[in-house]
Design a protein around this ligand. Structure first.
Ligand code: GDG
Length: 465
């Protein structure tokens, strides 16, 4: 077999960290950048810019020793592929929100067109022996488009978000084509066994497929290895910058602000999958049920706005503003308001300090591929006095983080009860749970995730070493 010469990573947005161990970048970006340095490959994707007419011109630059190749998209691509099919169709559908899913034919056409454009720009750059790793729901048809252009290299795909149950997926026109496209890959990675089972259920039930003796799934005249690879945290780095001066300053600021009160923290992009409305309702129920706790807690919700061009996000923002405002108006006093709702972004380093100051980390998505905030909250805690993670059973992370308080985020009573229990938990129990959670985080960090995926991609083609 030819030696693997390079790794090519493809994702919609390309974001190598400006500094090698930048706390501002996400752990995924740090891990991918490290792999690209090791394999001297490049990161390929959309530049984030739109132009009037598509040219296919490539922009190549080096960022902190990582080669980055991007292309601009046309305005119609941005509307149909990015705002349309990716964020207006697949994102809600894959998060079990068929009520918010747009089933517009033009979006599907734009999606296919952009994937062909990506493939046409990428194919000439691929050399024999290269491994290609495609990320996320924006690029499901990319593997097939590359195969059509004659690319025979090993290609893997990792889905960061959930895979929906067949009953939901079949509401999508052309669902077969979408699944069939995944059979052009050698390896399909999903976050958890739950999403893997949902994928298998579609293949075996809906597509009339079968399982081969070596475990691969067979359908549409092809086979693919599908496997769960739960993404982890950049655990070592995160712990280091959680103790940095910037984190300490953020901690001091929050500790002073919440003096004599227990802080509850929530952090996520403003997205309907994150269960913010249900969480606010659960928090209000907690106030109603526990009059003795009123004025003794402070709920800080950091929720930077995202995808504001998609209507469902504008509606959500308006509803959350109204709900947080109403709860505050109903419960606040001259010198206290129960909810501090912040729409801006903070650096991950600052967030680490804020997490440490919070007695409870409230992570209650209605559906989430994994959820790294849950892992970051745990990793940022003070070992001598750790806080409690309250985690939705519908986050992929719940399948690993059993020592969190696991809740059903649709039930405001359960949320209220979990908050009460978390705030009352003795230090010994908090420590015991936290230590077990930390043990899991350290064993399954983002570097292990990346290495496992790349090794499985090699093995998917060559067979086990
Ligand atoms: C997708 C899947 C899966 C948040 N607020 C700020 C900020 N963040 C950072 C967090 C964390 C990241 O963004 C969010 O990651 P999540 O995993 O929680 O969620 P998604 O963005 O939905 O990511 C998810 C993930 O992919 C990885 O596979 O876990 O299920 O949906 O790192 O700290 N970062 C900064 N300022 C903020 O205000 N800088």
């Amino acid at each position: 077999m030819a030696a693997i010469s390079r790794l090519i990573v493809v994702s919609n947005r390309v974001s190598p960290p400006e500094h090698r161990k930048s706390g501002a970048a996400g752990g995924l970006a740090v891990a991918v950048a490290a792999a690209l340095r090791q394999y001297s490959g490049f990161w390929f994707g959309w530049s984030g810019q739109t132009i009037e007419t598509f040219t296919g011109e490539l922009h190549t630059r080096r960022v902190n020793d990582v080669e980055v190749v991007t292309l601009d998209l046309e305005d119609a691509d941005y509307q149909e592929y990015y705002n349309g099919y990716a964020n207006g169709t697949l994102w809600p559908l894959f998060h079990y929100r068929i009520d918010l899913t747009a089933y517009e034919r033009s979006f599907g056409e734009g999606y296919e067109r952009v994937n062909r454009r990506f493939a046409a720009a990428l194919a000439p750059l691929v050399q024999p022996g290269d491994l290609i790793w495609v990320h996320d729901y924006h690029l499901i048809p990319l593997g097939r488009a590359l195969r059509e252009l004659g690319v025979t290299n090993p290609i893997g795909f990792f889905l960061h978000i959930p895979w929906p149950a067949p009953q939901l997926l079949t509401t999508l026109p052309r669902h077969r084509q979408l699944v069939e496209a995944l059979f052009s890959y050698d390896l399909l990675g999903l976050q958890t066994d739950e999403w893997l089972s949902a994928f298998e259920a579609y293949v075996l039930g809906e597509a009339g497929g079968s399982r081969e003796a070596d475990g691969r799934l067979r359908a549409f005249g092809r086979s693919v290895r599908a496997q769960a690879f739960p993404i982890g945290l950049d655990f070592g780095d995160f712990q280091k910058f959680a103790r940095s001066r910037t984190a300490d300053r953020a901690y001091d600021r929050m500790a002073a602000h919440s003096a004599f009160r227990a802080m509850i923290i929530g952090v996520e992009r403003l997205d309907y999958s994150k269960g913010l409305e249900e969480r606010l309702a659960g928090f209000e129920k907690f106030l109603e049920d526990n009059p003795d706790m009123v004025r003794k807690v402070l709920y800080l919700q950091i929720a930077p706005t995202s995808r504001e061009e998609v209507e469902a996000y504008q509606d959500l923002r308006a509803r959350i503003w109204a709900l947080a405002g109403r709860i505050n108006a109903a419960w606040a006093d001259m010198d206290w308001a129960p909810i501090q709702y912040v729409n801006r972004t903070y650096s991950r380093v600052e967030l680490a300090g804020v997490y440490r100051a919070a007695r409870v980390g409230l992570v209650t998505p209605l559906r989430d591929g994994m959820n790294l905030v849950a892992k970051e909250y745990v990793a940022a805690q003070d070992p001598s006095d750790p806080g409690v993670l309250v985690l939705s059973r519908f986050a992929g992370a719940a399948r690993q983080m059993h020592e969190a308080l696991i809740v059903n985020p649709f039930s405001r009573e359960e949320l209220a009860d979990a908050l009460k229990r978390a705030l009352a938990m003795e230090r010994a129990e908090r420590t015991r749970r936290w230590e077990a959670l930390m043990d899991g985080l350290s064993r399954t960090d983002v570097h292990a995730w990346r290495d496992d995926f790349v090794a499985a991609l090699k093995a998917a083609r060559d067979g086990p070493a």
